[in-house]
Design a protein around this ligand. Structure first.
Ligand SMILES: Cc1cc2nc3c(=O)[nH]c(=O)nc-3n(C[C@H](O)[C@H](O)[C@H](O)COP(=O)(O)OP(=O)(O)OC[C@H]3O[C@@H](n4cnc5c(N)ncnc54)[C@H](O)[C@@H]3O)c2cc1C
Length: 384
């Protein structure tokens, strides 16, 4: 397919392996995970074996030692068939990113190998009922006591809620002189007293990933559970979401756009109307051309942003642009694919309805399009 971004030979081999894995282990089951809203946790060790869980983690901590371009390839290939599994995997990476970038040597040695192997599942809890867009307004608290910390509060819309073993949770530890919350990040293992699962959302899309509440009810953890130091929570949480989270959501939507391209082409070649395949009609060709154009543009934005991150340069704006474009483009792409299929587009036997639902559900996750536009506008007003 298109050659907008030049991949290395090794990256092409990773894509081939990831695609074979997705075709064998994901494609046959994706519709069932969606309809029953089941997250296939039993796949985690296999995801570990193929290198999808620890792609960007150095080998010293049990990872594959590659980068964010390769991570995006895995998520794109998996999301081509199951965007729900795509977001569950991408959120697992958020816990990894927080510990890898800011954790102590002890924390890295303790948690990264088991997260990379797929023995354990990770999650990141930031959002609260008070509004996910208001990152600084978090109310869940962490109070210092002699033996460590006591956490209280409720996180909502958390991916992998109830299935994650290793939860990175952002809490407020105080207020600065201007009354703004001081945030810190903690590792809370499932099984810790006071860490409770809450409600699970019955979502429109990205089903097959679990989204729900994480409740902290006098949850006591040791001093060794804090990541970095008191007050580092904003940079840890925003760092993980701003780059790794938005990269993940972009890769999911690139996968959805490829699915729309492939399904639209297949349907258009097979469907005969008035004696010829609808692929011969210019109206259908235009739908396919528009899906393809969005797919290529989203893919170029994704892999360009991921390579900026791999060079160690700030990529927040590049990921905001990529995430905003790709999530909205995936909605357009699924609608166009549906339009090209006529009445069949709304029949659940076809996957396109799921693509549309998954694309719509991708918009708020990792920050809404409005929030991406605020980031993009802020950067543009400063630098242009
Ligand atoms: C499928 C899914 C998975 C998720 N997984 C996780 C997870 O694993 N961990 C986690 O912590 N969170 C997760 N989230 C939460 C997600 O980050 C939030 O939904 C998102 O940040 C938006 O927050 P909100 O839903 O509270 O909307 P709100 O913040 O209440 O926003 C409501 C509306 O107001 C707009 N708005 C709000 N503030 C502004 C502003 N300043 N300027 C302009 N417009 C504004 C928004 O764009 C939106 O249209 C997930 C969400 C979804 C849908």
């Amino acid at each position: 397919m298109g050659a907008v971004f030049k991949f290395t030979e090794e990256q092409e081999m990773i894509r081939k392996a990831a695609r074979e894995f997705a075709e064998a282990e994901i494609a046959p089951y994706a519709a069932e995970w969606d309809s029953k809203d089941i997250c296939p946790v039993e796949l985690w060790p296999m995801l570990g074996e193929v290198g999808a869980t620890g792609t960007f983690v150095p080998e010293a901590y049990g990872g594959v030692g590659l980068g964010h371009v390769e991570r995006a390839i895995f998520i794109e290939e998996i999301s081509r068939y199951s965007a729900g599994l795509g977001i569950a995997l991408m959120t697992h990476h958020l816990a990894i990113e927080a510990i890898l970038r800011f954790g102590s040597e002890e924390q890295k040695n303790k948690y990264l190998p088991i997260l990379c192997s797929g023995e354990k599942i990770g999650g990141l809890s930031v959002t609260e009922p008070g509004g996910g867009s208001d990152f600084a307004g978090q109310a869940a608290s962490a109070e210092k006591i002699d033996s460590g910390w006591v956490l209280n509060g409720r996180k909502c819309f958390i991916t992998n809620a109830g299935i994650a073993d290793i939860n990175v949770i952002i809490c407020k530890t105080g207020e600065d002189e201007k009354g703004r919350g001081i945030l810190s990040a903690f590792i809370v293992e499932t099984g810790t007293e006071g860490l409770k699962p809450g409600r699970h959302e019955n979502k429109l899309g990205l089903r097959g990933s679990i989204t729900g509440d994480v409740i902290l009810d006098n949850c006591k953890i040791g001093d060794d559970a804090i990541i970095g130091k008191d007050g580092d929570g904003a940079k840890i949480g925003m760092g993980a979401i701003g780059e790794v989270g938005r990269a993940g959501m972009t890769a999911i939507c690139v996968g959805i756009l490829r699915a729309c391209c492939e399904d639209a082409v297949k349907f258009a070649k097979e469907r005969i109307v008035a004696g010829k395949p609808i692929s011969k009609y210019q109206a259908i060709q235009f739908e396919i051309a528009d899906i393809r154009t969005d797919y290529e543009a989203a893919k170029a934005l994704l892999y360009t942003a991921a390579s900026i991150k791999d060079e160690g340069k700030p990529a927040t704006t590049a990921f905001a642009v990529a995430k905003y474009f790709a999530t909205e483009a995936a909605v357009r792409g699924a609608k166009r694919c549906m339009d090209a299929m006529g009445g069949y587009g709304i029949v659940n036997e076809y996957a396109v309805g799921r693509y549309l639902r998954d694309a719509l559900a991708s918009i708020p996750s990792g920050g809404t399009s409005h929030i991406q536009k605020l980031i993009i506008a802020g950067d543009t007003l400063k630098n242009f």
